[in-house]
Design a protein around this ligand. Structure first.
Ligand SMILES: [Zn+2]
Length: 264
């Protein structure tokens, strides 16, 4: 067997790519969760249904549309000991005209297919980021906007810690902005290590998914822990928070995103 065959060269190249990606991800992870300088968050809108109303909605977006996410992170960071005074800085990036590869669904959802999809997504992000800003301490969130149609549910939003990438599905409706920002904040927190705090029935998990687990009586709660996004009204019922003012970052989420010495 020849050592320098074409096949061996290909395997070597793939190995180099995997190792480079792994080292880069590790550096991104350490930088983004150090909280020594503001984490940059770029938001790129995508017209998800090619609708002219959606296009008009996207035209009207500006940096201010996402201000409540910065306010929320700033307010919550004050409860914990982090060095940087301003935890994140959100800004609106240019519109992107290509949709990201959809994640595997149902039967095709094997570990391998998820791994391949996540590589494909990272390649897509690398190809379709419409600026050249550094990515070591930056989260890129692609928001696909749609018109609401007959209560049709949106696809699942996601946030990946590897690569600091979020893909959010949202409604192109001004009245929906505040709840869209809850979803963006939730996925943003996934990218820096926070885990979901709701169960298979979409109910907040006690105690970590509750904003006020020590409240007596326990129900109704008045605010939502951001990684459940829902305000529990009884052990089996909850409602989605209306805006980020009704959301908090709980102790467990704070620990996960390295707002350590988490005290509240
Ligand atoms: Zn989630």
């Amino acid at each position: 067997m020849k050592l320098f065959s074409f096949r061996n060269l290909r395997i070597l190249l793939l190995l180099i790519i995997f190792i480079t990606v792994a080292i880069y991800s590790k550096t991104q992870l350490l930088t983004s969760t150090a909280w020594l300088e503001p984490l940059q968050v770029s938001i790129y809108p995508i017209n998800g249904d090619n609708h002219p109303e959606t296009a008009r909605y996207i035209q009207k977006l500006d940096d201010k549309s996402f201000n409540d996410i910065d306010d929320f992170m700033l307010r919550e960071s004050k409860k914990f000991n982090i060095l940087e005074e301003i935890p994140i800085q959100t800004s609106l990036g240019s519109e992107v005209f290509v949709s990201p590869p959809p994640p595997p669904k149902g039967k095709s959802k094997s570990t391998l297919s998820i791994m391949l999809w996540s590589l494909k997504l990272r390649y897509w992000v690398w190809k379709n980021t419409p600026d050249n800003k550094p990515n070591l301490n930056r989260v890129r969130i692609f928001v696909l906007y749609y018109q609401a149609h007959d209560n049709q549910p949106l696809a699942h939003s996601l946030g990946l810690q590897k690569g600091l990438i979020g893909v959010v599905h949202a409604f192109a409706n001004k009245k929906q902005n505040k709840q869209n920002n809850i979803v963006i904040a939730h996925e943003l927190l996934h990218t820096v290590g926070a885990s979901d705090k709701y169960d298979s029935n979409n109910q907040p998990v006690f105690p970590d998914g509750y904003a006020d687990p020590n409240r007596n009586p326990r129900y109704p709660q008045y605010r939502a822990e951001i990684m459940s996004g829902h305000i529990p009204t009884s052990p089996t019922a909850s409602q989605m928070a209306k805006n980020l003012k009704r959301c908090i970052i709980g102790t467990k989420t704070a620990r996960e995103i390295n707002w350590a010495n988490a005290q509240n």
